[in-house]
Design a protein around this ligand. Structure first.
Ligand code: HEM
Length: 502
């Protein structure tokens, strides 16, 4: 009897303690939800614009619950610092839908792996090998593809050029070539189709992600589509991996006789071993890891860079005085008798300011998606474990308390001393994220971005079609994996250089 009483007392004490803890740290403020579905009615608003509006009402840390998923939107530099720096180890996991988990071979990649030893290994391989500045081949593929791209535009002098479309073609070529080398060029069309389907499935709404017992609604069709998409990727990349293995064998690389590494698949094969017999640095990766990492590069490096180039050109078309200033700088530093090259970039101060300002107003990944590993308290509010954290880099870059005239395109703000840099320590400016999960492809991305915009501004003068005025340009964006322009930029080039271009 006394034992039962003691047990009852224990249970009551624990419940009181737990409820006190709950009361001590409330959830952050946020819109009230309905039973079971919570804030599912706001799903269409969970993009950078909608969340910025919610921040105006509820503040920099806003709580929502969709079905069973806790969500937190972070919309100020201060809150971003709390999440990405002060307590970053708790906030460094990634959320993934069922589709994402399946299509990344159960998070066998880096971008969707949770923070931990496996992610650290993948990141090490990518940072020290695959994305490293030392891997000259990636940088060479950027230069060579930009060369072909400018050549293509030079054939269209005097006519309309859809910058959005051509630039996306350029970045697809760059990443495809950096990933697979030149031996697989003929399969590019097929691969792009696979990527498109992945992209759709990544973004598809699946009720089971939020209310698992309603999974039957999307049902078998969705699962069949997922299986088909991953099967198509398997068929495509398995062949490429096999071809690369044969190529390496023929070159004698497997015996260490020759050290030729010309693309990312070669680089990753250095660590390959299904049976745990990888050769480099005692890190071993499987075929699934190789496939999933290649998809990270394709998704991480294609639309991001293309969207930033198109936005930079659109802002310059809108702000003619800035375009003139960039072109004057190019004329002074490079001269009109030759093309610009990578060694000129360091001296192109204003061009770099234009790129920074573009990334402030139009961060290609406007929402950084993280997940909490444990329960945690932020600024006096409780954020539960496994909460989906959406850091609104777009809203933070336009925060009135951090920026003067935040909505104005004003590259010269980056000429000021102590202007923020995108290295991640200024939380009002985080186009590449900050901390552990920040972008490992930043250097490569910036290189492609700066060099392309420099070439476009140096080689050509630009006009808008049909007598359109600068202030008539539509500057709206759309939300998908990235935030590209709603209406693609169309412009007319004319020759600017005194020398023959090719
Ligand atoms: C202008 C170009 C780019 C921008 C603005 C950009 C931005 C970002 C951002 C904001 C993140 C997420 C940070 C976070 O969650 O806190 C990210 C992650 C990532 N980026 Fe980039 N990126 C760019 C180019 C690239 C390129 C060229 C590559 C590959 C070649 C790349 C590969 C990745 C990968 C793999 C991740 C995931 C890292 C992880 O989860 O550990 N990105 N990027």
């Amino acid at each position: 009897m006394s034992l039962a009483l003691l047990f009852l007392l224990f249970v009551i004490t624990i419940s009181i303690l737990l409820s006190k803890l709950g009361r001590k740290y409330p959830f952050p403020p946020g819109p009230k939800g309905l039973p079971v579905i919570g804030n599912m009615g706001l799903m269409g608003q969970l993009n950078h614009h909608g969340l910025a509006e919610l921040a105006k009402i509820y503040g920099g840390l806003c709580y929502l619950k969709v079905g069973q998923i806790h969500m937190v939107a972070v919309s100020t530099a201060y809150m971003a610092q709390q999440v990405l720096q002060a307590q970053d180890s708790v906030f460094s996991n990634r959320p993934a839908t069922m589709a994402i988990s399946y299509l990344t071979y159960d998070r066998a990649d880096m971008a969707f792996a949770h923070y931990g030893p496996f992610w650290r290994q993948m990141r090490k391989i990518c940072v020290t090998k695959v994305f490293s500045r030392k891997r000259a081949e990636s940088w060479a593929s950027v230069r060579e593809e930009i060369y072909s791209f400018i050549k293509e535009i030079s054939t269209k002098v005097g006519s309309n050029v859809n910058i959005g479309e051509t630039v996306l073609g350029l970045t697809k070529n760059i990443t495809y070539r950096a990933a697979f080398g030149s031996i697989s060029q003929e399969g590019q069309g097929e691969f792009l189709k696979i990527m498109q389907e992945f992209s759709k499935l990544f973004g598809a709404f699946n009720v089971a992600d939020f209310i698992p017992w309603l999974g039957w609604i999307n049902g078998q069709d969705f699962n069949r589509r997922l299986a088909k998409a991953r099967g198509a990727l398997d068929g495509f990349i398995d062949k490429i991996i096999d071809d690369h293995m044969v190529k390496r064998k023929n070159r004698g690389i497997e015996n260490g006789e020759e050290d030729v590494e010309d693309d990312m698949v070669d680089e990753l094969l250095e660590f390959y071993g299904e049976d745990g017999s990888g050769k480099s640095d005692s890190i071993t990766i499987t075929r699934d890891n190789i496939k999933a990492l290649i998809m990270d590069v394709m998704f991480g490096g294609t639309e991001t860079v293309a969207s930033a180039i198109e936005w930079a050109m659109a802002e310059l078309m809108k702000s003619r005085e800035d375009l003139i200033r960039v072109q004057e700088e190019l004329a002074n530093v490079v001269g009109l008798d030759r093309q610009v090259n990578e060694f000129d970039l360091e001296k192109l101060t204003y061009l770099k300011c234009v790129i920074k300002e573009t990334l402030r107003l139009h961060p290609p990944i406007p929402l950084l998606l993280h997940e909490t590993a444990t329960d945690v308290v932020v600024d006096g509010y409780k954020v539960p474990a496994k909460a989906r954290v959406m850091i609104n880099a777009w809203a933070i870059g336009r925060d009135e308390s951090a920026w003067t005239e935040p909505h104005k395109f004003k590259p010269s703000r980056f000429l000021e001393t102590n202007a923020p840099d995108f290295k991640g320590s200024n939380f009002e400016y985080i186009p590449f994220g900050s901390g552990r999960r920040s972008c490992p492809g930043m250097q490569l991305g910036l290189y492609a971005l700066e060099l392309t915009v420099a070439h476009l501004c140096h080689c050509f003068n630009w006009e808008l079609p049909d007598g359109m005025k600068s202030d008539e340009l539509n500057m709206n964006d759309v939300f998908g994996l990235t935030a590209p322009r709603a209406v693609q930029l169309v412009v007319i080039p004319s020759v600017r250089l005194n020398c023959p271009m090719f």
